[in-house]
Design a protein around this ligand. Structure first.
Ligand SMILES: Nc1nc2c(ncn2[C@@H]2O[C@H](COP(=O)(O)OP(=O)(O)OP(=O)(O)O)[C@@H](O)[C@H]2O)c(=O)[nH]1
Ligand SMILES: [Mg+2]
Length: 386
């Protein structure tokens, strides 16, 4: 992955701020003897908050961000003044980011909808000042609460692309070419397998003001689910694609057999992928004459299909109509809602051994944990003991 602009995993150390100490101060003014306690409360520490933002497509902006630290709350002071709150850190991530515990791989949460915020680590509460501890029997409490400690955690952020349509096919099938002719995306295209090494996303405009997102992932080969080719690393990006568009070239020896192999690899990876709505685009049909097309049509998998060519642009409008119709069908919307509901219940943990980072040092910045912020004025309290 080195040098690529596509970053789908990052590992970050997060720490919230500790709460500031409450103050145990006493009011001391001329002509007001025994002014009583007036120590203010400590400020709350800053929190670590993640927010989904649809303007981000990858985790690239976090690639070199090893540590995210909120600041500590300040201590309370005399005259009832509260300490300043620590500053929270809000980290914007693409919609569909999943957070795992980096040490155990345990799933923590996911951040799916634009604007959604998740407080990952809460800042420590500030301690109460000594004014709170005044009672009828103790008019001059010297006690003030310390602030609550900070929380810290190493996390792994994982990006799952949220596309409406995912392209599935063997290498060289014409997936990237298709994306390049229906959207403004400019993926690399070449006449050799595994041209696409990282996923590409494109926005497909449809009849004026409508649009949907299409994801082109690297080609899949037989055995991908056991690690052949580029393996299954990218298959997880289609786990959330609502609709799978299989792309098989017209010059394939046996379209139905290729379809079965692809489907088998997907379901080996995740049986739930078998439940997704499937459509078929037979690509490169400029290589066929009508007679051959007819012959091919007789032995196709039993799913909706369309013949397309990125060279002559034939079939593209028909394809977009078909995708749009599916994306907006009642059954489909219901299934998607059901899936989203289920997604929020079932989560797989991350196998952290399979995730490789470019620069994996686990150094943690110093915690700045000394208690020099203890704001107490010990001078001249002798009158209290009288
Ligand atoms: N004749 C013809 N050639 C096509 C068509 N679409 C794609 N090709 C060619 O097929 C080759 C592979 O195209 P890509 O779009 O790179 O294929 P891919 O499926 O993205 O391949 P990987 O990224 O390796 O998985 C390129 O040489 C394209 O020019 C088409 O409609 N007609
Ligand atoms: Mg490609």
């Amino acid at each position: 992955m080195s040098g690529s602009n596509f970053v789908d995993y990052v590992k970050i150390y997060c720490r919230s701020g500790k709460g500031g100490r409450g103050s145990s101060h006493f009011r001391r003014e001329k002509y007001i003897p025994r002014g009583g306690p007036d120590g203010g409360d400590g400020g709350e520490g800053g929190s670590i908050i993640f927010r989904a933002d649809r303007n981000y497509w990858t985790l690239l902006h976090l690639r070199y961000q090893r540590h995210i630290l909120a600041t500590h709350g300040e201590a309370g002071a005399g005259k009832g003044s509260s300490g300043k709150k620590g500053e929270s850190k809000i980290i914007d991530v693409p919609c569909g980011t999943v957070i795992y515990n980096a040490l155990t791989g345990e799933y923590i949460c996911d951040i799916t909808n634009h604007g959604e915020e998740v407080v990952l680590l809460k800042g420590g509460k500030g301690g109460l000042g000594n004014t709170h501890f005044k009672t009828s029997t103790n008019q001059a409490p010297r006690y003030a609460q310390p602030g609550e400690p900070y929380e810290e955690l190493w996390i792994i952020l994982e990006l799952k692309l949220l596309a409406d349509v995912g392209l599935v096919g063997f290498p060289n099938a014409g997936k990237s070419t298709l994306l390049s002719v229906v959207s403004a995306a400019k993926p690399k295209i070449a006449n050799y397998p595994f041209t696409t090494l990282v996923p590409n996303l494109g926005i497909v405009s449809y009849r004026g003001d409508k649009s949907f997102v299409m994801a082109d992932i690297p080609g899949i080969i037989e055995g991908a689910s056991e690690g052949k080719g580029l393996g299954i690393r990218f298959l997880r990006h289609i786990e959330r694609n609502s609709l799978l568009l299989f792309v098989i070239p017209a010059d394939a020896d046996d379209i139905k057999a290729e379809f079965d192999i692809l489907l088998n690899e997907l379901t080996q990876y995740n049986p739930e992928l078998a439940d997704k709505k499937r459509l078929l685009a037979i690509s490169k049909t400029d290589l066929l004459d009508d007679e051959l097309k007819e012959a091919i049509s007789e032995d196709l998998p039993d799913i909706p299909y369309v013949f397309i060519s990125a060279v002559t642009n034939s079939g593209l409008t028909e394809l977009k109509d078909m995708l749009w119709k599916e994306l907006n069908s009642q059954d489909f919307i219901l299934a998607k809602e059901k899936k989203e509901e289920k997604d929020s219940l079932i989560h797989r943990n991350l196998d952290i051994k399979t995730v490789v980072f470019e620069d994996d040092d686990d150094e943690v910045p110093p915690a700045d944990d000394d208690d020099d912020d203890f704001e107490t004025d010990y001078e001249d309290y002798s009158y209290l003991d009288q």
